[in-house]
Design a binder for this molecule. Structure first.
Ligand code: F6R
Length: 636
């Protein structure tokens, strides 16, 4: 039986799954059970499908079941939620093409049973077209199972904030955050279509059964609002609260902002672990706008923490204990302070100097997450090696590659040496880019010049962080070179390259990121291959002596109870870090727009580090300019 208290704040049933893979397999199995049942009577199964990263695991599993277990999809009828407006079905980023490649090409589903909005309908005909789409759903008998993802605006389908619960299939304008999220796929925000055709919220609510899936930390806050907040048009996913037959499946990272995970003491009896106590006390301090040391017994009891007080109080003792604990996360010595007691420090004093290996999934993850700490480690005499796991070449605009190729050709002309291999390569790159159709895939030559540009940027950024070129490695993991955004597949080669690196360096400290990322991202794939490599090597003696530290991802912030090591930055160190990030010029998208945040990755990093310092300050600890936070990681 469901513990009702436990779900007290939740207005949509939500299940937390072990991994996105488990969640996708579960949904695929529900879908297949229904198809099997309907196939017995030759009646159709009507599926409502989504695109994007979230459901791809379901599609892989459906294909597997079709191929390995022989399940026929010939009676299945599908309706996709949406399509960008004004792009053809052969456009590489069209949802039509996505669905063909990810699912339909691999099943025995008849083409006539597949319905995806057509992004090329004449503007004046869209109203009639959308009505017809609705009619087709009705004619098919309505949607049996609707699969949904959730956007960071809280959109479902492309129903952006402001969509009503009654809305039907229509042409909509995309929110600027949605366009920002799609910018990578479209090689720049300016290329993202402004409009889309989407089923309405009302259309979705008419489905018999709905599954909304959410993976990764970036979905956590919007998911919690949709599940626990008041239903509102300002957050379309919250309108699903009225559906009688809906379930949310979320992984731990996406569910992390739900009250039952974030503040479990409000919904059930808890065992007060030290991390939970830290979390409760820091929450209480923020909630009552008082520094920790000023919290009173009454503050605890009036805010649902009487039990904590009974077990670990009085407030005076608790306050001091947690204040000290948080205080001890702060250190200016991320590599440990040699010849000092390390009893209360996050890192061991010895060995000194340490070999610190920093893994950056894409060039610049390192400097965004821990540019200040890299500088500290170098300054304090540690041997710091930064390994860039992927080349990052997919994120380089063509214009930058052309500029670089032109420079090679111009230089050769200056020196009258125009027949070299490099010049031939540069010329072929210029020719290819000159003739390149919109969104065409780059040849290996173009990708390699783009990768070299990012190498150059990364090396300068590292120098600014105090690291010389000889300490910088570029692994170019094959999964990235073979793949494209949202469609990466890891292989044994990726793990082998990482194993080689680990065995060669045998670090005392390993810094990495990506554990909380949405599973299709470069960061999540890098984390997975790192984890596989470490597990394969788990018997190696060096691993037993290696402290592993997670640094934050570009778009992520730590909660105070997650932080095991907090490295403060002075104003000068922060400026230096921002300079480092600034060197990644190809990642500064376009000229400034009115939406400042869209192109200011360095400013976002700065604000994030400042916010963490502010959090420490508000808790009553020292007031620093900025702080980089780290979470200790254990392989098991
Ligand atoms: C896609 C769709 C969107 C996505 C949402 C999440 O057809 O309708 O609502 O589900 O934007 O996208 P991902 O899964 O890429 O995070």
């Amino acid at each position: 039986m469901k513990n009702i208290e436990f779900h007290r704040f939740e207005k949509i049933p939500a299940t937390i799954v072990n991994s996105s893979l488990d969640g996708c397999q579960q949904i695929a199995s529900e879908i297949c059970t229904l198809i099997k049942e309907r196939n017995l009577t030759q009646s159709p199964t009507v599926l409502g499908l989504a695109t994007g990263s979230t459901p791809t695991g379901i599609y892989r599993e459906l294909i597997r079941i079709h191929k390995e277990e022989g399940l026929s999809f010939s009676n299945v009828i599908t309706f996709n939620l949406d399509e960008y407006y004004n792009i053809t079905s052969s456009h590489p980023e069209s949802y039509n093409l996505f669905m063909q490649e990810q699912l339909f090409d691999h099943l025995d589903i008849p083409t006539k049973n597949i319905n995806i909005p057509d992004g090329t309908v004449e503007r004046t005909a869209t109203f009639a077209y959308c009505q017809d789409y609705e009619n087709r759903i009705l004619d098919a008998g309505g949607i049996d199972i609707q699969v949904l993802g959730i956007g960071r605006t809280g959109h479902i389908g492309f129903n952006e904030p402001g969509s009503s619960a009654q809305s039907r299939t229509r042409l909509v304008h995309l929110d600027s955050l949605t366009k920002k999220d799609a910018a990578r796929d479209f090689l720049g925000e300016e290329n993202v279509p402004r409009y889309a055709l989407t089923m309405g919220v009302g259309t979705i609510l008419d489905s018999e059964r709905i599954y909304l899936l959410a993976w990764g930390r970036s979905k956590a806050s919007i998911l919690a609002l949709a599940v626990e907040g008041e239903p509102s048009e300002a957050l379309p996913a919250s309108l699903l609260q009225s559906h009688p037959n809906i379930e949310i499946l979320a992984d731990q990272a996406a569910a992390s902002e739900l009250t039952r995970l974030k503040r479990p003491w409000l919904v059930r009896h808890v065992d007060w672990t030290s991390s939970l106590i830290r979390s409760a006390v820091s929450w209480l301090s923020a909630n009552s706008a008082k520094p920790i040391l000023k919290l009173l017994d009454d503050d605890y009891t009036e805010n649902g923490l009487a039990d904590l007080l009974t077990q670990h109080g009085p407030a005076y003792d608790l306050n001091i204990r947690i204040f000290n604990e948080i205080q001890h996360t702060l250190t200016g010595w991320p590599g440990g302070k040699t010849k000092s007691s390390d009893e209360r420090r996050p890192e061991r004093a010895e060995p000194h100097p340490k070999r610190s290996l920093i893994l950056a999934p894409e060039p610049f993850d390192d400097v965004i997450g821990m540019g200040g700490t890299i500088h500290r480690l170098v300054d304090q005499g540690h041997e710091v090696i930064v390994a860039y796991l992927t080349s990052g070449n997919l994120a380089v605009p063509d214009a930058d590659a052309s500029k670089a190729a032109e420079l090679v050709v111009d230089l050769a002309e200056l020196s009258d040496d125009c027949e070299t291999e490099e010049v031939r390569l540069a010329k072929s790159v210029l020719k290819e880019l000159g003739e390149k159709a919109d969104f065409a895939t780059d040849s290996p030559n173009v990708r390699s010049i783009k990768g070299l540009i990012r190498r150059g940027e990364a090396k300068i950024a590292c120098e600014i962080c105090g690291l010389s070129g000889s300490k910088v490695r570029f692994l170019s993991l094959p999964f990235y070179e073979r793949g494209k955004y949202r469609q990466f597949k890891l292989s044994g080669d990726d793990t082998d390259l990482l194993k080689g690196l680990f065995e060669e360096i045998q670090p005392h400290q390993l810094y990495f990121t990506g554990a909380l990322s949405e599973p299709s991202t470069v960061q999540a794939n890098c984390y997975q291959s790192m984890r596989r490599a470490l597990l394969d090597l788990s018997d190696s003696p060096w691993i037993q002596n290696c402290y592993m530290w997670q640094y934050r991802e570009a778009s992520q912030e730590w909660d105070i109870q997650e932080i095991d090591m907090a490295v403060p930055l002075s104003p000068t160190e922060l400026t230096n870090k921002i300079q480092g990030i600034y060197q990644h010029q190809t990642q500064r998208r376009q000229a400034p727009t009115s939406d400042r945040a869209s192109n200011d990755i360095w400013r976002q990093a700065e604000e994030c580090d400042r916010r963490l310092a502010e959090t420490y300050d508000n808790l009553g600890l020292a007031e620093y300019e900025a702080i980089e936070g780290f979470k200790r990681y254990s392989l098991i």
